[in-house]
Design a protein around this ligand. Structure first.
Ligand code: FAD
Ligand code: MLT
Ligand code: ZN
Length: 508
């Protein structure tokens, strides 16, 4: 069974709103004059590398998709997009940009949620979409090597025909690139089962800002020679090199997948259901997700959804099992659900009977991002913390906004405070839809939320990264000495600062 593909059409395709320039939203930023402004000589040089069809220059309509992010929150002003087809072309581009001090934004599928994939000013966008070939696959070890611009879902479909699957999955899979996944260290829906990319990625090929091609395309599971350089690129958000190739360990595709939805009265019970799922479903558990009823209401507002359950509950838990023995897995899941109901942990439970029911259950969970994106404005946070604190965070933010006069009355700017996320990973997606992008609301949320997370010894970004949204707040998650070392790495690898400027590391 394959899961539904979320509609990953870009939100601006709905014609909903004109996106303000990022620099208008973050007025503190000035274009750094150390970066050269493009000349026609530069454009001619790039044309000599990628050819006429490999670039878009000064065509506002064609540039829009590369200047604007998926959520319609950030907009840059690039006049040039380059679409190299080979690693050598990427190398030639970066070498020239480094010599000329031309700023560059690497871009994958442009589904990132923190503004990292789009420029602020006139940075040149280097899109990897032209580099989308599978390089090799070993069906004994399950090791896949591919270009960084391969779309995650295409890779998964290709592997599916061979009985394998990608070890990560996310709602943006129809658009995001595997290179973008590495660059953001994407987590997603199945991390609880298959672990993080820091474990599954075996090698990378990356081009450094000076054009050096770093070939670390290992296909070895074990290699203890020297510093593990690939790890530095995983989660580096395009700031130290452009990833052009990946080598990744892929698991066997399970032949039996089951999906269930529970209706639960309290977050205490969500935790109990999780704890018990690890005992009773153990090796077949492949996802444990939750969303609260407020998140569900936003989904319903924007979707013509038939209810999956007869009644509504404060919390919903989505459980997926993946195994190789349908009857055995079904029996395990049914026993687990019966126990949840008998023990009063779940008030209701539904097991999908076919693929279309599975798709409907997953469709709500995966559709939350898109639904929230259709609100006039939404403040999005992806934070990690001990599982026990997840709903406290939502409740405390509601209180805080209410006390600050921003929530709770018909004329309040905040529409709601909703929570969903990857329970198994201690990852909350706290989302605050609002009637408009209101600086007063933002001032109430930040840094209050980051201070709260820091007190729980959590992280201000569990999976979406820093980009332009969180870079100034890095100190809430990393110590001064760690940030200093990060800045040292950056200056050694990118001394001219050409790669993804203004983002990732604190600039203030
Ligand atoms: P982009 O958005 O193009 O880029 C993201 C960052 O990586 C930028 O800083 C960019 O400069 C850099 N970059 C991109 N490609 C390269 C490259 N080849 N070399 C160097 N740097 C590069 N994220 C999760 O972690 N978990 C989820 O469950 C999840 N679900 C999502 C659901 C939806 C509906 C959407 C819209 C997004 C979701 N995301 C999720 C966020 C996003 O999809 C991921 O961060 C994804 O990994 C980004 O991949 P991309 O190819 O779109 O990268
Ligand atoms: C998710 O888990 O749905 C994604 O990370 C996207 C989001 O936070 O909305
Ligand atoms: Zn997520």
């Amino acid at each position: 069974m394959t899961r539904s593909t979320l509609n990953t059409f870009r939100l601006y395709a709905t014609g909903k709103k004109t996106v303000p320039l990022t620099v208008e939203k973050y007025p503190g930023f000035q274009r750094d004059d150390k970066y050269k402004k493009l000349t026609s000589t530069d454009v001619d040089y790039f044309r000599s590398i990628v050819g006429d069809t490999g670039l878009i220059y000064q065509n506002e309509d064609d540039l829009e998709a590369f200047n604007t992010d998926w959520m319609n929150k950030f907009r840059g002003q690039s006049q040039l997009v380059l679409k190299p087809k080979t690693t050598q072309q990427v190398s030639d581009i970066l070498k020239y940009c480094n010599e000329q001090k031309i700023a560059v934004v690497p871009q994958g599928g442009n589904t990132g949620l923190v503004g990292g994939s789009v420029p602020l000013f006139d940075e040149v966008v280097v899109s990897l979409q032209g580099m989308n070939q599978i390089r090799s696959f070993d069906d004994v070890s399950g090791i896949l090597t591919a270009d960084a611009g391969c779309v995650l879902e295409s890779l998964d479909n290709w592997l599916g025909e061979k009985g394998f699957m990608m070890p990560l999955d996310l709602g943006a899979k129809g658009s995001c690139h595997i290179g973008g996944n590495l660059a953001t260290n994407a987590g997603g829906l199945r991390l609880v089962r298959y672990g993080s990319l820091h474990g599954t990625v075996l090698g990378i090929e990356a081009v450094l800002p000076d054009g050096t091609i770093l070939d670390s395309m290992s296909t070895l599971r074990k290699d203890n020679t020297g510093y593990d350089l690939k790890q530095l690129f995983i989660g580096s958000e395009g700031t130290i090199g452009i990833i052009t190739g990946i080598s990744i360990l892929t698991p066997r595709r399970p032949s039996a997948i089951h999906v269930a939805l529970l209706g639960v009265d309290s977050f205490e019970d969500v935790q109990k259901a999780f704890k018990q799922s690890r005992i009773q479903l153990s090796e077949i558990l492949s996802a444990f997700e939750y969303y609260d009823n407020n998140a569900f209401q936003i989904f319903k507002k924007h979707n013509d959804a038939r209810s999956i359950m007869d009644n509504e509950y404060p919390f919903y838990v989505l459980i997926e099992t993946s195994g190789s023995n349908k009857d055995h897995d079904e029996e395990k899941l049914n026993t687990y659900l019966e126990d949840m109901m008998t023990d009063g942990i779940a008030q209701d439970g539904v097991v999908a009977q076919d693929e279309s029911q599975s798709k409907r259950i997953w469709g709500v969970r995966e559709g939350l991002t898109e639904a929230l994106g259709k609100e006039p404005a939404v403040y999005k946070y992806d934070i990690s913390m001990p599982v026990s604190k997840i709903n406290d965070c939502v409740l405390e933010m509601r209180d805080h906004l209410e006390q600050g006069g921003a929530f709770g009355k018909p004329d309040s700017p905040v529409i709601d405070v909703v929570g969903y996320g990857h329970v198994g990973d201690g990852n909350l997606h706290l989302n605050i839809p609002a009637k408009s992008a209101d600086p007063r609301v933002l001032e109430l949320i930040e840094p209050f939320l980051f201070e709260w997370v820091s007190k729980q010894k959590g992280s201000i970004s569990a999976e979406h990264g820093l980009g332009i949204s969180k870079n100034q707040y890095l100190s809430y998650s990393k110590s001064e000495s760690m940030i200093k070392l990060m800045k040292t790495f950056k200056s050694v690898l990118d001394p001219n600062g050409i790669l993804n400027p203004y983002k990732y590391l604190p600039t203030k």
